[in-house]
Design a protein around this ligand. Structure first.
Ligand code: SF4
Length: 342
């Protein structure tokens, strides 16, 4: 009989798999694999030796495997290249902030969205990740932190891939991650980033899970946005802004608009003025991200002066604005660069 992977099952699913064992056995196994980082039945010391043997004959616990780990010189960022059973690999990043450990996971192998500044899309989309694989990225890092008295505190779904085109798997993973028998992570500690898949933003409202929505805007006009983000031809700037506004109004949660500053492309005072205008009155904030240069792309970072001027224009025109702290540039922290270079 072929053995079955039980990592990624809900407690209900695990109870069914383990039948005719009593339900409390499923609870014990779930605690071992999701909370104690165990992948071998041999280590499940509150199960009898016979039972451990029986389970090992039928099941296995599969986490992604580490291919490469890079630590930034300041010790604050660690980037992992993780491999799944079909040998595809994705990047997962651990960032140590003063408010806790944040991790950034990937949701797809590659990406079909074609954003012009992004390395993740250079080879197109390979496949969606399953809920179990995404949960595996998170539990892998939780296990990495084990023994340091630290844990995963916040999750950003902002790595390789467009999470909202892998909607069902992402939601399944978030619901599992929220369960007390896994990490019990509050939805409020989760940020989902999208390039603006309007119907899926509406679907996310219906899910009624209070995650923070982050929308990649990157340009204040339709023309410029279409030039750097092909998705804009499917869902226009106005539609995206309306969906963001609906999300903020329905959830009461401020939407973050990501704006990558591309030197000489979208970083002038006129762009800042246009951006302030389209966000006027929205429950929103702007996160400015000076671009990380990608070898394969032609964009250059904005000057320090341009970044500061852009920031001050927005700040003095009623926009809640931050500049993303650069983390891990020395470990290829920009989306997709480690995978593209390996
Ligand atoms: S920025 Fe995100 S949505 Fe755009 S191509 Fe890269 S991974 Fe895909």
């Amino acid at each position: 009989m072929e053995r079955k992977n039980i990592f990624g099952l809900t407690l209900d699913e695990l109870e069914t798999e383990l039948l005719p064992l009593p339900k409390f056995r499923a609870k014990q196994v779930a605690a071992w694999i999701y909370q104690r980082g165990v992948t071998s039945f041999d280590e499940m010391s509150d199960l009898s030796k016979n039972l451990r043997g029986e389970l090992a004959e039928k099941f296995f616990v599969q986490l992604p495997q580490l291919v490469k780990q890079l630590d930034s010189a300041d010790g604050l960022t660690t980037k992992f290249l993780l491999k799944f059973s079909d040998d595809t690999a994705v990047e997962t990043v651990l960032m140590r902030h003063d408010y806790g450990n944040s991790i950034c996971i990937s949701t797809q192998v590659g990406c079909a969205m074609g954003c012009k500044f992004c390395a993740s899309t250079l080879k197109g989309l390979d496949r969606n990740l399953t809920a179990a694989e995404m949960l595996g990225e998170i539990i892998f890092i939780q296990n990495f932190l084990r023994g340091t008295n630290e844990k995963v505190d916040t999750l950003v779904i902002m790595g390789t891939g467009e999470p909202l085109v892998n909607f069902d798997n992402v939601i399944k993973m978030l619901r599992l991650l929220h369960e007390p028998y896994t990490l019990g992570l509050s939805y409020r500690k989760v940020t989902i980033s999208t390039c603006g898949i309007v119907p899926a933003i509406k679907q996310l409202i219906e899910e009624k899970i209070p995650v923070t929505l982050s929308i990649s805007l990157h340009a204040p006009t339709n023309k410029l946005r279409s030039e750097i983000m092909p998705i804009n031809s499917a869902f226009s700037l106005n539609e995206v802004l309306k969906a963001g506004n609906d999300y903020a109004n329905s959830t009461g949660r401020r939407v973050t608009y990501e704006y990558i500053l591309l030197g000489g492309v979208n970083d002038t005072e006129e762009h800042a003025r246009q951006l302030a205008k389209i966000l006027d009155g929205q429950l929103a904030s702007v996160n400015l991200i000076p671009v990380n240069p990608v070898d394969e792309r032609n964009f250059k970072p904005p000057t320090h002066n341009a970044t500061q001027k852009f920031f001050h224009f927005l700040a003095t025109h009623g926009i809640n604005v931050t500049i993303r702290k650069e983390m891990g540039a020395d470990v290829n922290a920009a989306c997709g660069q480690l995978r593209a270079n390996s």
